[in-house]
Design a protein around this ligand. Sequence first.
Ligand SMILES: Cc1cc2nc3c(=O)[nH]c(=O)nc-3n(C[C@H](O)[C@H](O)[C@H](O)COP(=O)(O)OP(=O)(O)OC[C@H]3O[C@@H](n4cnc5c(N)ncnc54)[C@H](O)[C@@H]3O)c2cc1C
Length: 393
Amino acid sequence: MTTPTPYDVIILGAGAAGLMCAATAGQRGRRVLLLDHADEPGKKILISGGGRCNFTNIDTAPDRYLSANPHFAKSALGRYTAADFIALVEAHGIAWHEKTLGQLFCDGSARQIVNLLLDECDKGQVTIGLGREIRDVGYADNQFRLTVGNREERSAALVIATGGPSIPKMGATSFAYDLGRRFGLKIVEPRPALVPLTLGGDETLFRSLSGVAANVVARAGKAAFREAALFTHRGLSGPAILQVSSYWRHGEPVAIDFLPDRAPGWLIEAKRARPRASLTAALATALPARLAETLADRLALPGELGAATDKRLDEAARKLADWHFHPNGTEGFAKAEVTAGGISTESLSSRTLEARQVPGLYAIGEAVDVTGWLGGYNFQWAWASGWAAGQVV
Ligand SMILES: Cc1cc2nc3c(=O)[nH]c(=O)nc-3n(C[C@H](O)[C@H](O)[C@H](O)COP(=O)(O)OP(=O)(O)OC[C@H]3O[C@@H](n4cnc5c(N)ncnc54)[C@H](O)[C@@H]3O)c2cc1C
C-alpha cells in the first residue's frame, strides 16, 4: 500500500456541500482531496429543480429549517447568504430567474451550477477522486487514515459530506451516519422528508382523483403551507404536501383547507344566490370538477343547496376548510427529496461544523440534522455549511 503525502483536508462526498467546502478550503491555500464513490460529481444537483436547479431561496431564514436545535443553522446561514451564492452565480455569467415564492432557478440548466462549483474547485487546486470506494476510516497520530480503493490517504481534517439516504438509486447512502457513529457522534433518527404521503382504508377512494391538483392550505402539526396539492395513485403529493410531510408524524392527520379564499359562510351565501344549484356545482366554481364531485359525494348533502339547512351548509363549509386525511405512511427514501434527521447538531459546533469531541472531524450538508423547506433551502444549507467548514479546515 502506498503512503503519499498527507492532505490538509479530505472531504467525503462531491455533492453540493462537499464541492462548496472543497472550493472554499482550496482557495484558502489548503491541500484538499475530494472523494466520491459516484463516477460524476453533483449528481443530485444535476437532477434538481426539474433539471434547472432551484439553487437558493431569497427568503432563506433559519425558521425555514427543521432540526432538533432550531438555532443551529443560524450561524452558517447568517454568514453565507442567498445573496452570496447569487453573486457567485452572476460572477459565472449564469442567467437565473425567480419562479415563485423566492425560488431561484437557472434559465439554462443545472449543469451550469455543477460547472461553477468545479471551476471554483479548480481555482483552489482541489484534487477530485471519483469512483473511489472508501473502505475504512481510522484516526491515529493526529491524522485521519483512509483506505480508499487500494490506497491509503491521510489528512489532518476530515469532512463528512456524503448526504442522506434519500434516492438510493442515485448512489445515496447512510455512510455519514455509520461514520459519525464510529467517531461517537449522535444521530437523530433519519426519516424521509419532502416526500409524497400514502392513503389507505376508506381514503383510497381519493386515489381515483390521480392527477387532479388544487391550491390549498395543508397543515401538519403547527406547520401550514399554501401551495398546490396533487392527488396521486398512491395518495397525496404536490408542493403543499411535500412541505407538510417534513413535519408529519405517523398517526397524525394532515388537514387540508380546499377553499382558503372562501369566507366561512360562503355556502350559505351560495344557497341564497343559487338555491337550485347542487353542492358539486357550487364547489366546481373554485375546484376542479372531479374533486368537486368527490368531495360533494363524501359530504352527502341533499341534491340542491336550497334543500339543505344553514346548519348543514355551515358544517360542510367547515369540513371543506379542515378536511382531515389520515396518511398510512410516506413513499419512503426512494421518493424523498431529502432526509430529515442525521448527525446531531449537539455533536457539532454551529460556527465551524466541527465535531465537539473529535477535533479535525466535520459534518456538513444534508448529513447533518438540518432540513430545509422545499424551494432552494436545502442547497442554501449545503452552500452555507460547506462554506463555514471550508473557512476553518
Ligand atoms: C430529485 C431531487 C431534486 C432536488 N431539488 C432540489 C432543489 O431544486 N433545490 C434544493 O435546494 N434542493 C433540492 N434537492 C435536495 C438537494 O439535492 C440536497 O439537499 C443536497 O444535494 C444536499 O447536498 P449534500 O452535498 O449534503 O449531499 P448530496 O448532494 O447528496 O451529495 C452527497 C455525495 O456523497 C456521495 N456519497 C454518498 N455515499 C457515499 C459513500 N459511501 N462513499 C463516497 N461517496 C458517497 C454521493 O455520491 C454524493 O455525490 C433535491 C433532491 C432530489 C433528490
